[in-house]
Design a protein around this ligand. Structure first.
Ligand code: XMP
Length: 512
């Protein structure tokens, strides 16, 4: 059994960050519901358990708790923020209600440079985000550190290997947080940190071989990172028993369909079925201007084309999907139950009854950056691994109004200029998405001696962590200038370029 750490999630915005930090240290971990029982953990014993932070107060009735059995498992325990307060309460200490002033940056004074603080400075900045604190330590614990307003900012019971931190070691505002986590993982839990991408790939390939056996598997390949990595992985696992279906909906970026065909069919030798369905999509979109209507038509048409292609293969048992960890984590919101989000738009949902498959989801426990790393190790080109998110309905949601063949071509050309200029920026990785939008308005311009009356292109560039919120990206004036000049000079039918300076919320990233 591979070593792992269980993180029980009490709903903090930072819970996923704890998982990221552990995995960066090559320690495999899983985020579990806060009420996961000791009995369940014993089935597959973790090396350690972390109780995450959370927005509730342990002093409130109905505050989320953990199975008291966890405290008797003999497995090292680290409570972070709410997790520490919970330990304080459950193990016989006292918690006092919060005051706002303990929020934010604080200076930590280390009282004992041992256990979690070995070889660290005597004082250090730490990030606090909860007012409640452990006022009286539970029996057996001693204080390891304090701040001006919090006498027990870290606590330890070495005999039982239980630790608590009032602050968040996982955030960047706690610069020594990584070392504190290292002490917990490697000295206290005895982890070896041997979780390597190469071994994950090997393990995954073996699992997929076993699961799929001599059967066949279908994959809906979108050209995005996730499905591309699934394709590369499954191809390694089952070779030509993988059948990838790439629906070319005619709404992709410039040369994107060619690139996908080239990489998968030519370089990897995947059995790639790539029906060119652009004309069908455009015909069904003719005259449609309502954004929701467009999305529905595209979704339905995708299913039709995909199903036709799948039927040609005869009966196939498995369907592979590029579901990622953030889509399946059952996060423990103290207010509601599990809030698992399913990104249905990426998945091949709603298939007709004659096409029913068993799902295989080989990336289900990985974060996006891990999937990218896996893609690189599997030999996918950077242009795919580092690709920006791209909406399923493609350019149709970036052509406001009716989607015509001419509009698609104009937008592809304008967008190509945006991509080329953005790629020149040294910091282009800070940009979550950058693209062009074709507006259904025309404005007056002059070209040479003549007057023009042509379309407007909007340029959108945003920074974001996960697409849920986004800020408009401060592109350098020179980049904006180059984009505008090139689009106006080189793309027919466009005589004006504007830059979108709205953030999400209240705007969205896409325009439709
Ligand atoms: P919005 O426009 O809602 O977009 O701020 C958030 C993120 O989701 C992407 N997006 C989609 N992705 N199918 C997808 O696969 C869709 O229908 C879709 N709509 C938006 C968008 O590009 C951004 O990254």
């Amino acid at each position: 059994m591979h070593e792992w750490i269980a993180i029980l999630d009490f709903g903090s915005q930072y819970s996923q960050l704890i998982a990221r930090r552990l995995r960066e240290r090559r320690v495999y971990c899983e985020l579990l519901r806060h009420d996961t029982t000791a009995a369940r953990l014993r089935e597959r014993p973790p090396r350690g358990i972390i109780l995450s932070g959370g927005p509730a107060s342990v002093l409130e009735k109905g505050a989320p708790g953990c199975d008291p059995g966890l405290y008797a498992m003999g497995v090292p325990l680290l409570g972070v923020c709410y997790g520490m307060q919970l330990m304080g309460r459950d193990l016989g200490g006292a918690v006092r209600p919060g005051e706002k002033r303990e929020y934010g940056l604080a200076r930590l004074e280390v009282l004992e440079a041992d256990a979690l603080f070995r070889a660290l400075p005597e004082t250090m900045p730490v990030w606090m985000s909860h007012g409640d604190q452990v006022e009286r330590l539970p029996p057996g614990f001693r204080a390891l550190a304090r701040t001006a307003t919090c006498p027990h900012a870290a606590m330890a019971d070495d005999a039982r290997r239980m630790y608590g931190l009032q602050f968040h070691p996982e955030v960047v505002h706690t610069p020594h947080g990584g070392e504190i986590l290292n002490h917990f993982l490697f000295n206290i839990c005895g982890c070896s940190g041997d979780w390597r991408m190469s071994s994950i790939i090997e393990e995954r390939v073996a699992q997929m071989r076993e699961r799929i056996g001599g059967e066949h598997v279908i994959l809906g390949l979108s050209g995005g990172v996730d499905s591309s990595v699934v394709a590369a992985l499954l191809h390694r696992a089952v070779g030509d028993r993988l059948h990838a279906i790439f629906v070319d909906n005619g709404l992709l970026r410039y040369k994107e369909a060619e690139q996908v065909r080239d990489v998968f069919a030519n370089t990897f030798g995947v059995d790639l079925r790539a029906p060119s369905a652009g004309p069908l999509f455009l015909e069904r979109l003719r005259g449609v201007t309502d954004p929701e209507q467009k999305r529905k038509i595209i979704g339905r048409t995708f299913i039709d084309v995909f199903a036709d292609e799948a039927r040609k293969l005869g009966p196939v048992r498995f369907l592979a999907q590029g579901t990622l960890y953030p889509d399946v984590i059952e996060s423990a919101s103290p207010i509601g139950g599990p809030s698992a989000t399913i990104k249905s738009h990426h998945n091949v949902g709603g298939l007709p009854p004659d096409l029913q498959f068993e799902l295989v989801e080989p990336l289900r426990d990985l974060f996006k950056d891990e999937v990218r790393q896996m893609g690189r190790e599997l030999g996918l080109p950077e242009s795919i691994v580092d690709r920006q998110p791209f909406p399923g309905p493609g350019l149709a949601v970036r052509i406001l109004g009716e989607v015509t063949p001419g509009a698609v071509e104009t937008l592809q050309q304008a967008d190509l200029r945006v991509q080329e200029e953005i790629a020149k920026l040294p910091a282009h990785r800070e940009i979550w998405q950058a693209f062009a939008v074709l507006l259904p308005v025309r404005s007056v311009g002059v070209m040479g001696d003549g007057r023009t009356y042509e379309n407007v292109v909007a340029v959108r560039a945003v920074s974001s962590q996960d697409g849920m919120t986004a800020d408009w990206y401060r592109l350098p004036y020179e980049t904006l200038d180059a984009i505008a000049r090139r689009i106006i000079n080189e793309v027919r039918g466009v005589n004006r370029v504007v830059f979108d300076i709205s953030s999400k919320p209240p705007s969205t990233i896409e325009w439709e």
